[in-house]
Design a protein around this ligand. Structure first.
Ligand code: GAL
Length: 309
């Protein structure tokens, strides 16, 4: 069992550092990638931040017990202009598996400390536990990119969803066949809604996306949206969060990923509770839920056994 909002430790007893993360299921194992925020929190300008350590990877056979596989995309100290320099922002990593080549492709939000650069970066590896080779970053098809996620659909087509042009919309971008390049903006959606922290998933021939509002480390209301296709049109179904304390503030958490369960229609939503005063002590909640069309709800639960999802 995992205690939602508690301190989660890996198999070596160390605190799990995998914030803004995502999970890949591959070869009978689960791989959890996330931001390692284990350093000191300090304030720069108006922003609470930690120096980049890199992207951690943990592996598990049951989603409960997690073995640290190391920092698979480490910071690059010494080169101040490098995207992965400790002074930068390296957030919300998501790893895809490219079926034809067998390679693993990581997409990650890359930024300067002031979030004014707005890039998406990409790295590749031959193994899910890395090491990942960093290929570089850019503004996808010319658009400033902040919170992002990447996923492959049931047909193996890759997608990048990112908050574009200062949060004016979420862009739905089809990736190149090898998953390493943005190929085409196919949808400009959630226009004017200022949504971020996108977590898309597929169910019963439709596409769904959990998102947050746009208030930095502070919490806000979640939204679940539905679309017939990844490119939309996306329609809000409202805030699915129920129960617990302050569900209208996502219980003080923010979405990052949705894991499909073993049984069709069952999923688990992953959220981060940011602690701006001590970002390394940001916590996790994982909430199993069942799809029920427009009436889908995500109920607070004090503890979770993800192996049963
Ligand atoms: C949030 C975003 C986080 C992080 C934070 C910094 O809006 O979802 O990933 O960038 O802002 O304040």
């Amino acid at each position: 069992m995992l205690t939602n909002g508690g301190i989660w430790r890996d198999t070596a007893g160390e605190i799990i550092q995998a914030h803004g993360g995502g999970i890949l299921h591959h070869g009978g194992k689960w791989y959890w990638y996330g931001e390692n925020k284990g350093g000191e929190t300090y304030r720069k300008g108006e922003i609470d931040r930690t120096d980049v350590i890199g992207i951690s990877c943990y592996s598990s056979t049951d989603l409960v017990s997690w073995k640290h596989e190391g920092v698979v995309l480490p910071a690059v100290a010494g080169e101040e202009d490098h995207d992965l320099h400790p002074s930068r922002v390296v957030e919300r990593p998501k790893v895809l598996h490219h079926r034809a080549s067998g390679r693993f492709v990581m997409w990650v939000h890359i930024d300067t400390w002031d979030y004014r650069t707005g890039h998406a970066g990409v790295a590749v590896a031959d193994s899910p536990t890395g090491p990942f080779q960093y290929l570089g970053s850019g503004r996808p098809l010319g658009h400033i990119s902040h919170d992002m996620t990447a996923f492959t659909d049931e047909r193996g087509v890759g997608w990048l969803v990112h908050s574009a042009d200062w949060h004016s919309a979420l862009h739905i971008v089809r990736l190149s066949e090898d998953l390493t390049e943005p190929a085409e903006v196919v949808g400009i959606e959630f226009v004017g809604a200022r949504r971020e922290a996108p977590a898309p998933f597929q169910h019963d021939g439709k596409w769904y996306m959990l998102t947050s509002g746009c208030t930095g480390w502070e919490p806000n209301a979640a939204d679940l949206a539905v679309a017939p296709n990844p490119w939309g049109p996306w329609q809000s179904l409202g805030d699915p969060c129920r129960g617990g304390v302050d569900p209208e503030l996502t219980w003080h958490y923010q979405s990052t990923f949705v894991v499909p369960g073993r049984t069709p229609g069952h999923f688990m939503a992953l959220f981060d509770r940011w602690n701006p005063g001590n970002l390394g002590d940001s916590r996790y909640i994982w909430l199993p839920f069942q799809m029920n069309g427009a009436d889908t709800v995500i109920e607070w639960q004090d503890s979770v056994d993800p192996s049963r999802v």
